[in-house]
Structures are given as C-alpha cells and as structure tokens.
Design a protein around this ligand. Structure first.
Ligand code: SF4
Length: 349
C-alpha cells in the first residue's frame, strides 16, 4: 500500500525525521538538483520538469494519518520535490497540509516557491515551520541557476511575512501580534487587530442576542412561554433553524437546541394552543397601540412589522391546525384591520 509519510535516511534525516513528497518531479530548473539526477538515473525516459501530483497522494496521507501515530510529529514538505512548483495547480499541497493539521501533526515547509506559498499561511500555526532555500542572494545569479524558482528577493519577503504570530486571548478579550514592521504580515496583523476591536465593540453579547432575535423572527416562531426562550418553528425552516442553533452554540457560553416536536395529537394541540395565544396577545398589543396616543413612531413601526410577520407566517401553521382554525382566521382578519389603523396612525404622527 502507498504510504507517503516516510523516514528519510542518510543525511536527509538532518532536516526532519519524517517527510512527504507530494509531487513527482520539480520544474524550478535548479542546475545542481540532486533529486533530478537520481530521477534521471532510474527513469531516464521521463521528464523531471513535467510535474504531477503523486497519484492518490491526499487520500494516502489521510489514510496513513488515521491511526493517530503522527500526532504532535513534525512532517517535512518536501525532499525530492518542491511543495510549490511553478505554473501548476498546487492544491494537493494545501490538502495535505489540511490533513496533517486535522490529525494533530505539524508541518515543516521548505520551498523555493516564494509567493506561491502564501495561500497556505492561514493553515499554519506556532507549531509549524516555514523555511526557504537560498543558495545565493543575487536575483540575477538565481535567474541563471534556478531559473523557474521565485527570486531570492521574493523568497526572503515571503519568509518575513510567514513569521507573524497573532495571539487571541479569549479570556482577556485581547489580540496582540509580533511581526516584522516592514512586512506585509505586519499590515495584515494590524488590520486583524483593528477588525477585532470593531467586532468586540459592535458585536458584544447584546448585539449578538439582538441578531439572533432578528434571525429567529424570519422563521415564523411561536413563543411557547410569554417570556420567550422557547419557540415552535415550522418544519419548513428546519435547515435555517439548524444553522441558528449551531451559531448560538458556537459561543463559549452560548446554547441553542433544536428538538423535534413529536407528531402526536397531544403535541399538535399544544402547538395550536400556543399559536392561538400568540395571535391573541398580538391582537391585544395592536389594540392597545391603537388606543395609546403616546407611542413613538418607531414603537408603532415595530408593532406593525411584528403583526405583518405573524400574519404572513400563519400560513406555515395552517396545515396542522384543526380545532381552532376558524377562530384563528377571524383573529388574523382583526389583526390585519389593526395594522391598517396603526399604519394610518403612524402616518399621522
Ligand atoms: S527546487 Fe529543489 S527539487 Fe526543485 S529543481 Fe530545485 S533543487 Fe530540485
């Protein structure tokens, strides 16, 4: 079976205890390339510069990692090729890194690909390493000796940009970073810190709660308790509800649960009662608003919006209502009339 994670032997072991070669061949064209010499000796009819991902490389790496044997081990990419060759799709490199990180292994990248490696910086963390190979510092010399690799200037710039460390302290709610002030990563970290402050100040607990409420309102909810917190949501919104509960649960102290209502006569009666109570309460609220001369325009708009939402959401419940259907439809008509009155009132204020 193809097992691409291997232990380098001889002097290569100085670089890393473990390695993966993702591609067959390399097209950077270094005149001194040892890998090409070996390749040409064993496969004289194949062109080393004709780079191709090794067949089934991502699946084979994933399979080999599945036993958990490589957790916390650092694995080098690559020895007999470059993880970022020129002018070909290097997604296999990204997928291999993702598989390694998902398994708890760490990555040690060594490349002459320069900017091509930037795409994968967001997968790396403080346990990983990013290295470049430099055989000379002159771009002109490199152009002759490694014609299709990134220039030394580009490689050094990429290395500088790879060395930023951005730290988020969830408890203290702070974000800090270390980076070379002349690098692009410094600019990125500064922008991330700025956005974090914006997020912290504008998406605090209260803002998130109101966001959740706004999303919930689009799902035709019927409150189970007058104080809220528990709602019936029609099955038509199952997918959206799943996303909302996952969103709520993603916060350290957040909780959101979706519990299927059993399709029994008793459950249906409970839903029917709650829909009826909701309509009743909304009607009372709109009547009260119509009689209250002190309500602000925005409060009136809020009640009108809520009434309209409930009227249009009622159709989601129609199919399961039986006993109180006529009564509820009459209530809907009354709420509709109230909305007309409230809209006129809102226009006058
Ligand atoms: S980058 Fe490495 S593998 Fe590619 S040609 Fe140069 S020496 Fe060979």
């Amino acid at each position: 079976m193809f097992r691409p994670i291997y232990e380098p032997r001889t002097r290569a072991k100085e670089y890393s205890d473990l390695a993966i070669n993702i591609y067959n061949g390399c097209n950077h064209g270094c005149w001194y390339c040892y890998a090409r010499k070996i390749h040409d000796r064993y496969k004289p009819t194949e062109n080393f510069a004709d780079v191709k991902p090794r067949e089934g490389i991502v699946e084979a790496v994933t399979r080999q990692l599945s036993g958990g044997k490589y957790k916390d081990k650092k694995i080098m990419l690559c020895f007999t090729c470059d993880p970022y060759p020129a002018n070909i799709d290097t997604m296999p490199t990204r997928e291999v890194i993702m598989a390694l990180k998902a398994s708890g292994a760490h990555v040690q990248i060594l490349t002459k690909g320069g900017d091509r490696a930037r795409r994968d910086f967001n997968l790396l963390d403080a346990n990983d390493s990013f290295g470049i190979t430099l055989t000379c510092s002159s771009d002109e010399t490199a152009q002759e000796e490694e014609p299709f690799a990134a220039s030394p200037t580009e490689r050094i710039r990429t290395l500088k940009d790879a060395t930023a460390v951005l730290t988020l302290d969830q408890k203290a709610e702070t974000m800090s970073f270390t980076a070379d002030p002349s690098s692009y990563s410094w600019e990125l970290c500064q922008e991330a810190t700025r956005l974090f402050e914006v997020f912290k100040n504008h998406h605090n607990g209260q803002a998130v709660r109101s966001m959740v409420q706004s999303i919930l309102k689009t799902l035709s909810p019927t409150p189970v308790r007058p104080s809220g917190g528990v709602y019936f949501v029609p099955a038509a919104y199952d997918e959206e509800l799943q996303k909302l509960t996952s969103f709520c649960s993603a916060f350290p102290k957040g909780e959101g649960f979706k519990i299927q209502v059993v399709n029994s006569a008793e459950s249906l009666k409970m839903v029917e009662t709650k829909v009826s109570d909701h309509l009743e309460s909304l009607y009372g609220q709109s009547q009260h608003a119509a009689a209250d001369g002190s309500l602000s325009k925005s409060k009136l708009a809020e009640i009108i919006d809520e009434a309209k939402r409930v009227i249009s959401g009622y159709k989601n419940y129609e199919g399961i209502l039986s006993q109180k259907k006529d009564e509820m439809e009459a209530r809907i008509l009354l709420i509709r009339d109230s909305v007309t009155i409230l809209m006129e009132k809102a226009g006058d204020t």
